[in-house]
Design a protein. Structure first.
Length: 328
């Protein structure tokens, strides 16, 4: 009987600190999205059967980590890769969970995530997979930083420092321009090391102030306008750290899309998720149609094609179910 695992994407608003001058490094914040999703189904098998190239690597590694002989895995839905929605982490963890459950095992995905190469810097993806909502992670002690990336598995996922339920009527505008994918893998490692080694510690102090005095209070009071403005400011300040690595505070053509959406009454705050090119806008159910139209207009203004959607938040972690029927 196949086991199905389903999880949503996530937005990554930025880090608390990239400077080696402070006690803790990284510390990220983001939210879980209900759409788009990754959905995988797995059955136990004696070997690895999977016709999805990226997923197959995760199945092979999951079987190795779990000490099981194999799995037959199918991708039913997937997140667009390398656009800033956390596709790599969500796919890897969904595969791990599905393979484990197919063999009758229950595993702590957070503990095993480093064995799949996930959760090294940001804990948002692992945190949203586990419980959804808004996640703020605690980062790592700065003394652990090394100029070379640690070997896979030689870290722990940053602990969740704060988690909040996102109000049910909040929505997130996603604008996904048709352009080059965001940084990932070794390219991301190199860019992050460069950003850390040159980071202005004063920006970290400003970002921490925005998070503690604006982001968290806005969530607690369910003030969508204040929340949107605050996370957009976190993203803008983070962009100053990455400007040399991505060609500006926002990577092209994100800057033009952000400019076109900024000040639009349909959204309360606009920014770039992770390395982009995904652009987000914070809105609510009452403004969803207007936000969708604004997203299309922003793509037109930037002179690029792309996908635009308005999605709900996700206030639960990955969902695991038995599908009740085998594969045809």
């Amino acid at each position: 009987m196949p086991t199905r695992v389903e999880s949503g994407g996530r937005l990554h608003f930025g880090f608390l600190n990239l400077s080696l001058s402070h006690d803790r490094l990284y510390g990220s914040l983001g939210v879980a999205l209900d759409q788009p999703r990754v959905v995988v189904e797995a059955e136990r098998a004696d070997g690895v059967r999977c016709d999805h190239e990226r997923a197959r690597e995760h199945v092979e590694r999951a079987c190795e980590v779990l000490g099981v002989p194999g799995a037959d895995l199918t991708i039913r839905e997937e997140l667009p890769p390398h656009v800033g929605l956390g596709s790599g982490t969500q796919l890897a963890l969904a595969v791990l969970e599905a393979v484990a459950r197919a063999h009758g095992d229950e595993v702590d995905v957070r503990d095993l995530a480093p064995e799949l190469g996930r959760g090294g810097r940001s804990g948002v993806g692992v945190g949203t997979f586990g419980g959804g909502g808004f996640v703020l992670d605690a980062g790592h002690p700065t003394w652990l930083f090394t100029t070379e990336a640690p070997a896979r598995g030689e870290w722990t996922v940053p602990p969740v420092a704060a988690r909040h339920r996102i109000p049910d009527d909040w929505r997130f505008l996603l604008v996904l321009p048709d352009t080059e994918p965001g940084k990932a893998g070794s390219e991301e490692d190199v860019s992050m090391r460069s950003a850390v080694e040159a980071a202005d510690p004063g920006l970290a102090d400003r970002i921490s102030g925005v998070v503690t005095r604006r982001v968290l209070p806005a969530l607690a009071s369910e003030d969508v306008a204040a929340f949107g403005a605050a996370v957009a400011e976190v993203g803008r300040l983070n962009g100053a750290w990455y400007a040399d690595e991505q060609g500006g505070v926002y990577r092209p053509p994100v800057g033009g899309i952000v400019d076109a959406l900024s000040g639009n009454p349909a959204v309360s705050g606009v920014g770039q998720s992770s390395w982009g090119p995904a652009v987000y806008g914070v809105t609510d159910a009452a403004r969803a149609d207007a936000a969708l139209a604004a997203g299309h207009n922003a793509l037109d203004a930037a002179g690029v094609d792309g996908d635009v959607r308005v999605v709900a938040p996700r206030n639960e972690g990955a969902r695991v179910t038995e599908t009740g029927q085998g594969k045809a």
